[in-house]
Design a protein around this ligand. Structure first.
Ligand SMILES: Nc1ncnc2c1ncn2[C@@H]1O[C@H](COP(=O)(O)OP(=O)(O)O)[C@@H](O)[C@H]1O
Ligand SMILES: [Mg+2]
Length: 270
């Protein structure tokens, strides 16, 4: 279970570029829950995932994962329990290493070193059978460098790697946004399979309303560093793309009103 309480993060505090990217965010995610995170651009979705993964320390608030307080843990320590896939297909794997070597690293995560770099036959066979599940023919290419693969193949492998040893939490940040629609839907299919079969606790940021309504058991919608809506269970099941679009419109309209009011106030004081 992931428990986030009263999390705050401000970038460039005290300067003209100050942004309150997370404003007192609290969120509890039960084990095995698959949460889709929606939100306007710059609403704090990536910041939320980064704060949980430990890319930076939050200013205040608390994060616990399976009962452990990880708030002050460095990123590398959190990485032993948290799997991640980013938007950029180039960021999740080491391009100079072979497919097999990349996977072997994932398979060794959190285990003591000393296995050496050669792939033992048993591991090689395991890699092959797991890669076969991707249905991309990559099991015959374990020796080729990752750098030769397409974006979709890389994202599929990154997904496989980030879930190789069951993570306590899987974080996906628009991991299909850079792919063409056909490849994106293949990677999404695989994502659902991996999450469902592994019963993985997941936070998936997406800009696709369609993905949000058809995947997972909960939707949160962020705006201006806050969680504005949280739909679960039956309420989530009933949601349609049109409902989500209407909510987005409402948030944007409120912004416009706020801007007009701010401008009027400025005029009064200038
Ligand atoms: N490392 C950073 N330094 C400065 N500002 C940042 C940083 N990361 C995010 N921000 C700002 O925080 C806000 C939220 O960003 P982000 O979480 O990336 O939004 P999104 O919901 O689009 O993922 C934005 O205004 C962004 O410019
Ligand atoms: Mg983002």
């Amino acid at each position: 279970m992931l428990e986030i309480s009263n999390l705050c993060k401000t970038f460039n505090a005290g300067t003209i570029n100050e942004v309150m990217s997370l404003q007192d965010v609290s969120l509890t995610i039960e084990d095995g829950s698959f949460v889709c995170v929606l939100g306007t651009n710059g609403s704090g979705k990536s910041t939320l995932l980064n704060a949980v993964a430990g890319t930076f320390l939050s200013d205040s608030g608390k994060i616990t994962l399976n009962g452990k307080d990880i708030t002050r843990w460095p990123e590398y320590k959190r990485a032993s329990q948290i799997g991640r896939v980013f938007q950029n297909p180039f960021s999740g794997t080491a391009p100079g290493m072979s497919i097999g070597e990349n996977l072997a690293l994932a398979a060794k995560r959190g285990k003591p070193r000393g296995l050496g770099w050669g792939l033992p036959v048993s591991l090689f066979e395991e890699l092959k059978s797991r890669v076969k599940v991707l249905n991309m023919g990559l099991e015959e290419r374990l020796e080729s460098p990752i750098g030769k693969l397409s974006g979709g193949q890389r994202q599929a492998l990154t997904l496989l790697m980030s879930s190789w040893i069951k993570p306590d939490l899987l974080l996906l940040d628009e991991h299909t946004a850079a792919l063409d629609p056909k490849t994106a839907s293949k990677v999404i299919e695989l994502t659902e399979k991996i999450i469902t079969e592994g019963n993985l606790t997941t936070l998936m940021v997406t800009h696709s309303m369609q993905q949000a309504v058809s995947l997972g058991d909960r939707i949160i919608m962020m705006h201006q560093g806050q969680i504005k809506y949280d739909f679960r269970a039956e309420e989530k099941k009933r949601l349609k793309v049109a409902d989500l679009l209407a909510l987005f419109d409402e948030l944007r309209r409120k912004d416009q009103i706020d801007n007009v009011v701010a401008e009027l106030l400025m005029r009064e004081y200038v």
